[in-house]
Design a protein around this ligand. Structure first.
Ligand SMILES: C[S@@+](CC[C@H](N)C(=O)[O-])C[C@H]1O[C@@H](n2cnc3c(N)ncnc32)[C@H](O)[C@@H]1O
Length: 236
């Protein structure tokens, strides 16, 4: 997940982000509130700037030019993993590409359907329709971070696509190791439990590809967004 509007604050300093939260907020509630337009702070992602806001407004907007550059790499029926409110699932559809959005948050799924795209409330680590038959799996906007274990996630995405199928990934700028953060979301003073989220710099891709038996077809810097195309072995 990328964040927006960094705000210098000491609100997450000295807080044990793994501690159970009294009167806590479910992660899905926090995402749903953010998608309804409530400010949602992201704590625990590190960096000097302190907590940032979840960029929900960008997710609810339409796909922009840079998103379209990412989507041009999708080839055939595509599963948009962690689709949020569906801007990319919808954009794929409008390009004539069959697409299914999946997300664990029901509000995200509803909003995707309201755009006229297909979506299901599913966890990527559970079975999906068309398992092993999708031509492309999309992990956009930092979604390689889902679950905090990029090797497990890429192996799972690889199982979802057909032999020879593609996985399109949006990576962080090169520099440093893969980082796994314990992230907490905060809406109106209520906090979720912490959950793991990984950040994968582009120069770590080779290592990940080796560990997951995926082939790197392309790694490109598109105006500061790092797009990678990976391919599962075998032919479709
Ligand atoms: C960065 S946001 C999505 C942004 C969206 N891809 C876009 O570019 O507009 C991450 C999304 O992943 C979803 N998510 C988190 N864990 C998931 C999982 N295990 N399976 C499916 N979706 C998940 C979250 O609910 C959230 O909507």
């Amino acid at each position: 997940m990328t964040t927006t509007s960094p705000q210098r604050s000491d609100a997450d300093q000295g807080v044990d982000l793994r501690a159970p939260v009294q009167g806590g907020l479910a992660t899905s509630e926090a995402f749903a509130a953010a998608l309804r337009g409530e400010p949602c702070r992201v704590l625990g992602m590190g960096g000097d700037a302190g907590p940032a806001l979840l960029p929900a407004r960008r997710w609810t907007a339409d796909a922009d030019d840079s998103d379209h550059a990412l989507l041009r790499r999708c080839c055939g029926a595509t599963v948009d993993i962690g689709c949020g409110p569906g801007r990319l699932t919808h954009a794929l559809l409008s390009l004539g590409i069959k697409a299914l959005g999946i997300d664990v948050v029901d509000t995200a799924v509803q909003l995707t359907r309201e755009r006229g795209a297909m979506a299901l409330q599913r966890d990527i680590f559970a079975d999906l329709p068309g398992e092993g038959r999708w031509r492309t799996a999309l992990l956009a906007d930092g979604n390689i971070g889902i679950g905090g274990d990029p090797v497990r996630l890429l192996r799972r995405a690889s199982a979802v696509v057909t032999p020879g199928g593609r996985i399109i990934v949006d990576l962080a700028a090169p520099g440093g190791p893969i980082r796994v953060h314990r992230v907490v979301l905060e809406v109106a003073g209520r906090r979720t439990r912490s959950f793991p989220w990984a950040v994968v710099p582009a120069d770590q891709l080779e290592l990940l590809a080796e560990q997951t038996a995926l082939r790197i077809l392309e790694l490109v810097d598109h105006d500061g967004r790092w797009f990678a195309t990976l391919q599962r072995g075998g032919s479709s």
